[in-house]
Design a protein around this ligand. Structure first.
Ligand SMILES: Nc1ncnc2c1ncn2[C@@H]1O[C@H](COP(=O)(O)OP(=O)(O)OP(=O)(O)O)[C@@H](O)[C@H]1O
Ligand SMILES: [Mg+2]
Length: 441
């Protein structure tokens, strides 16, 4: 028996041994595609193997990995063994490699793939949740494998949830791989990468560093949170029993409720916790919040919390206070844009608990304006989506903490009355900020 010797980057070597799920993810140029293409040729040469190379959308074979696999066949000198046809590649041992787009399949027609040994999903970040749900039980032959290569985009993308989430499937082998792991990283890509880092480091971090994309276009707080992360302000933030906790709520009409928990420690605002629930009665959530081991100062709720319900003749505020959650402060009706500005002022003062606030931070990152796709312009109003509840509650927090902090600062200011009087003339002539526009942060 003769042997084929193939160089494989060390970062990708764990993927050589069998596993039901194999994944390689990371920034551009990490040798992912070349690696899987070589593995397919080698596997199909060693044993009769049926392989489907999949993309979410494949409008023509030119968009597929067909040419890359054909090149690998040439590289290994196996041109005699494989027959490269237009739509498929056949091996003399009965191996078959086909190239498909998931959009071509229905729940019925995908069953034609049941006899396949390997499904390789290239550019798997584009694979929809529906496609992944269809594909997984279809590849069902004993010993069959699902391979994924991708450039991560968002934590909530189907492949990231499956293979990088808290509970990846049993028998999965997933490796991060980047350009640094690629011994053949070409100069042309290196030059591209250097230019990208010089021009837009955040974007380069995503494209080349393989980090999730920070969408700043139209997003209100994404940049501020990126800065918070970079400066280590998304970290572990324990509860300080010496300071009271302020909560801020959004009571969604579709039964979603979001609550932020904050403490003011000097000039720092510690965001220690976040809660989001669906389909749970407000009174139950109020009880749940009350029972948390925090000592509370105030609870900020939207302005309509005082409206009486027809069925019980009681307001939501009274319901919550009835279970001991008090005092509840009904927010004032201020324009959304002012709330957003208050949040923008607050975020640079905040440290967030990375674990407890994970979902809330994600929502703040995603919170954005509506976009008119036809005209390619952003509107003035926030988009209403899954991120709105956390974002609305955060606005409530920002507006109210602004007042709390201002009150605290003014108390402090009375101690230095002498200094204030010294600058009285400047204040009058407008060169020193007046109390009303004094930003307490
Ligand atoms: N096994 C290999 N042999 C020779 N060159 C390789 C090999 N693997 C990678 N390269 C070189 O590195 C480059 C990047 O590799 P590849 O396209 O596989 O990366 P990738 O991780 O799929 O990148 P992207 O995320 O951009 O799709 C290739 O264009 C090629 O020049
Ligand atoms: Mg690739």
């Amino acid at each position: 028996m003769s042997k084929l010797r193939v160089e494989v980057p060390e970062a990708l070597q764990p993927l050589i041994k069998p596993a039901r799920y194999k994944g390689a993810y990371g920034g551009r140029g990490g040798a992912k595609s070349h690696f899987f293409a070589e593995q397919i040729v080698l596997k199909s040469f060693a044993n009769p193997t049926r392989v489907v190379c999949i993309r979410e959308v494949q409008n023509s074979l030119r968009e597929s990995v067909r040419q890359l696999i054909a090149d690998k066949i040439e590289k290994f000198g196996l041109g005699e063994f494989f027959q490269v046809l237009d739509a498929e590649i056949r091996g003399k041992n009965g191996s078959l490699i086909v190239f498909k787009g998931m959009q071509a399949y229905s729940a019925e027609s995908i069953k034609s793939l049941e006899g396949f040994d390997v499904a390789w999903v290239e550019e798997a970040q584009s694979l929809s949740h529906v496609s992944l749900r269809l594909l997984r039980p279809t590849i069902r032959k004993p010993g069959s494998e699902l391979w994924f290569s991708w450039n991560p985009r968002h934590k909530r993308d189907a492949v990231d949830e499956l293979l990088r989430g808290p509970k990846p499937p049993e028998d999965s082998c997933v490796v991060p791989v980047g350009w640094k792991d690629n011994p053949w990283f070409p100069d042309v890509l290196k030059a591209e990468m250097n230019q990208d880092y010089a021009r837009d480091p955040e974007m380069a971090d995503h494209v080349w560093g393989g980090n999730y994309e920070i969408v700043t276009e139209g997003a209100y707080y994404a940049k501020l949170l990126f800065e918070a992360e970079k400066s280590g302000r998304i970290t572990s933030v324990p509860y300080d029993p010496g300071e009271p906790v302020y909560t801020a709520w959004d009571l969604g009409l579709d039964d979603s409720t979001a609550v932020w928990f904050a403490q003011i420690c000097g000039s720092e605002v510690r965001i220690i916790d976040f809660l989001e629930t669906r389909n749970k009665a407000l009174i139950e959530i109020a009880k749940q919040v009350k029972e948390l081991p925090y000592v509370y100062a105030e609870h900020y709720m939207p302005h309509d919390v005082e409206t009486r319900e027809i069925s019980t003749a009681k307001s939501r505020k009274e319901h919550c206070e009835g279970v001991g959650l008090r005092p509840i402060i009904a927010g004032s009706k201020i324009p959304v844009v002012d709330g957003i500005n208050a949040a923008r002022t607050l975020i640079p003062k905040c440290v967030f608990d990375a674990i407890k606030c994970e979902r809330g931070i994600e929502a703040l990152q995603a919170y954005r304006t509506e976009k008119n796709e036809e005209k390619d312009v952003f509107g003035a109003k926030p988009l209403h989506d899954w991120s709105s509840h956390a974002a609305d509650a955060f606005r409530e927090l920002a507006v109210n903490l602004f007042d709390v902090k201002k009150a605290k600062s003014q108390r402090t200011a009375s101690l230095v009355e002498y200094d204030v009087m010294t600058y009285h003339d400047d204040y009058r002539s407008g060169t020193t900020a007046g109390v009303d526009d004094y930003n307490p942060w």
